[in-house]
Design a protein around this ligand. Structure first.
Ligand SMILES: C[S@@+](CC[C@H](N)C(=O)[O-])C[C@H]1O[C@@H](n2cnc3c(N)ncnc32)[C@H](O)[C@@H]1O
Length: 182
């Protein structure tokens, strides 16, 4: 897995939106905002083959859980190879996040980590995903997104009073990391 699988899947499925995995520098930058010392419920949007998921599983406590929501069937299948009981892989769209969380009796989550290409989504779907994410995160949770463009900020501000961005230049292309909360 890695760059080759991204290129293969990108050629078949443009929603993959990238031909190379996110760099470890961006992953570390996102992880800095996560408190791994306590049991957490994390939802990951667009994990692909698990470049973030693998790091989360290494850092999370035994009592934590991740729901990884991925539309691409090849990536979802490869993620199921992780065989970690804390990880639940769902081959669906992030637009179904409320229903996916409810099916696992998760009414609150601590973090939503998102790598999906928001700029490719239509307005209605983008806003459904952000509304349902804000509802699931409640007062304490954080939405951590990473995108190659900075366009997501204004959309996040409609649902989260606090939105901050930072750039990671050790990524091809440079990545904008978003942190949104209440
Ligand atoms: C830019 S890649 C990021 C992959 C990986 N997390 C990384 O950091 O390298 C975006 C991923 O989001 C997935 N994706 C796109 N739209 C999605 C959606 N609506 N719901 C869930 N996953 C989606 C794509 O299939 C792809 O795996």
């Amino acid at each position: 897995m890695g760059t080759l699988s991204y290129i293969k899947n990108f050629l078949k499925d443009r929603q993959v939106a990238s031909i190379t995995p996110t760099s470890r520098f961006t992953i570390e930058r996102v992880c800095r905002h996560i408190d791994f010392d306590r049991d957490l419920r994390i939802i990951e949007f667009g994990p692909a083959d698990g470049v973030f998921t693998k790091v989360f599983l290494e850092k999370l406590t035994p009592g934590s859980g991740i729901i990884a929501i991925e539309t691409n069937g090849d990536f979802a299948r490869s993620l199921r190879n992780y065989e970690d009981e804390r990880l639940s892989v769902v081959n669906q769209s992030a637009e179904d996040v409320r229903e996916i969380a409810a099916a696992r009796n998760w009414d609150r989550v601590d973090y939503i980590i998102s790598g999906i290409p928001f700029s490719f989504l239509n307005k209605e779907i983008k806003h459904k995903i952000l509304q349902e994410s804000a509802d699931l995160l409640g007062e304490q949770g954080l939405f951590l997104g990473y995108q190659t463009s900075s366009h997501l900020k204004s959309h996040l501000q409609e649902y989260f009073p606090k939105v901050e961005t930072e750039m990671e230049y050790l990524n091809i292309p440079p990545m904008c990391v978003y942190r949104a909360g209440k």
